[in-house]
Design a protein around this ligand. Structure first.
Ligand code: NZQ
Ligand code: ZN
Length: 403
């Protein structure tokens, strides 16, 4: 087990009716002027926004809106949010939504105290040194941004989608009310479950050998996510399944599933290879849902890299799916590893996720552009489980087209 720092400062307020407590929780922390950041309509349609505003009003907290944040949020919306937050004198940025609203809120929060343009952080021209407090009312379990130190923003002008990491913008408060997720379209629920599993896999396949305590958490979480997602698929109003899925999404990405698995004590576990491949896809086409992109590239990446450490993939197949190799010979190992990856991809497909690049609207002619975008964000050679150069990246994409 490698050395690690685990920092999870978020106050999680979880359960039925938690939405109506957000004002009281924020007031207790002394916040008095809140910029509300939300998406393209669901928070309004479902009545969640009204409930949040009523709760803020009851607690005497003033609020201003930043509406219309799109999925795969764009830097221009962040810039508009920074201007609003400054004009309003916000002392807290409160997202109502999922990863997109929360990431936009995070970027506004560290953009406010910075004199220059917020994209400087994403182009790595400068680093984050100050940040307003961030809070959220989570409406979709998926990205795990409610407990993570990540913020991912697109720049359409540059065809870029880039993440930054800092503990300064881990949310101070995350209100998690599973009943809010009853209204999620099945596709978004499935994409969310896929994203959670990918967050765990990025850490599980970090290139560090077995860490039993963390590996058991990781594989147990994946099994719990699959079970809950299957139950939600059958009954979208199954509270218990929704609640399990919601909490699993947080634990999948608040670093619990990576303790002891990173190469440097304060570093992140894993090379985040599948995420880099997917971010290039949703940068090129913002209509691509992050989790749906991962359903395609995660299995493709796995099939490309597993020979680097077959034992790790045998453990995954055994602990998640109960698949054992028939023997120690190469053919038996390959069969068990491939069966494990197939089982994961079958789960994604049963949930309605795509299996090929074609289904997401990409053509083989897009591969060079996607590889360039990956290289611009990650450098020309990157990866932890296996180093990937531009030709490897292209080969993974190509392998994910319908043959
Ligand atoms: O925009 P609205 O109308 O709110 O609709 C949203 C959106 O279309 C809808 N939705 C959300 N809650 C709903 C609902 N519809 C009905 N009922 C509800 N209760 O769902 C759609 C997706 O929302 P979004 O916030 O985009 O989803 P998600 O949480 O998957 O976030 C995706 C973004 O997070 C980034 C992704 O790259 C992507 O940009 N990620 C952020 C991470 C982080 N900060 O730690 C890590 C991830 O790996 C990921 O990269
Ligand atoms: Zn993700």
């Amino acid at each position: 087990m490698n050395d690690f720092t685990y920092y999870a400062p978020t106050e999680f307020v979880f359960g039925r009716g938690a939405t109506d407590r957000v004002g009281a929780v924020l007031a207790q922390r002394g916040y008095a002027r809140v910029l509300l950041v939300y998406g393209q309509g669901s928070a309004v349609r479902t009545g969640t926004l009204d409930r949040v505003k009523a709760s803020l009003d009851a607690a005497g907290i003033a609020h201003e809106d930043l509406a219309g944040v799109r999925p795969n949020p764009e830097v221009n919306q962040v810039r508009a949010g920074i201007a609003s937050a400054v004009a309003f004198g916000a002392d807290c940025i409160l997202a109502v939504g999922g990863g997109s609203a929360i990431d936009c809120a995070k970027a506004v929060a560290f953009g406010v105290p910075y004199e220059g343009d917020v994209w400087d952080f994403f182009s790595k021209r400068t680093s984050i040194e100050a940040c307003l407090p961030v809070a959220c009312v989570l409406t979709i379990p998926a990205a795990g941004s409610e407990g993570s130190n990540s913020c991912v923003i697109s720049n359409d002008e540059l065809d870029a989608k880039v993440g930054v990491n800092s503990d300064l913008f881990r949310p101070a408060v995350a209100v998690m009310d599973p009943e809010l997720t009853f209204t999620l379209p099945a596709y978004q629920t499935a994409a969310g479950a896929t994203d959670m599993i990918a967050h765990i896999c990025e850490r599980y396949f970090s290139g560090v050998g077995a860490v039993p305590v963390t590996d058991n958490i990781a594989c147990g979480l994946i099994r719990a996510i699959m079970e809950a997602a299957e139950r939600v698929h059958a009954d979208p109003r199954d509270y218990d399944a929704r609640a399990n899925l919601m909490w699993a999404g947080t634990l999948a990405h608040n670093d619990l599933a990576g303790c002891g698995r990173s190469l440097s004590p304060a570093g992140r576990a894993g090379g985040w290879e599948s995420h880099a491949l997917e971010h290039a896809m949703s940068a090129l086409d913002p209509q691509v849902t992050h989790g749906a992109g991962l359903a395609v590239v995660l299995p493709a990446w796995m099939r490309f890299v597993w020979r680097e450490d077959p034992q790790r993939f045998l453990s995954f197949a055994a602990d998640v799916f109960g698949i054992e190799a028939a023997g120690a010979d190469d053919a038996s190992v390959a069969a068990a590893v491939e069966a494990g990856i197939d089982a994961l991809q079958d789960f994604f497909a049963r949930q309605g996720m795509p299996a090929t690049m074609d289904e997401l609207g990409f053509a083989p002619a897009d591969v060079d552009r996607l590889a360039e975008t990956v290289a611009a964000a990650k450098g020309s050679v990157f990866g932890a489980f296996k180093k990937l150069g531009p030709d490897d990246v292209k080969a993974i994409y190509r392998s994910a087209f319908a043959q």
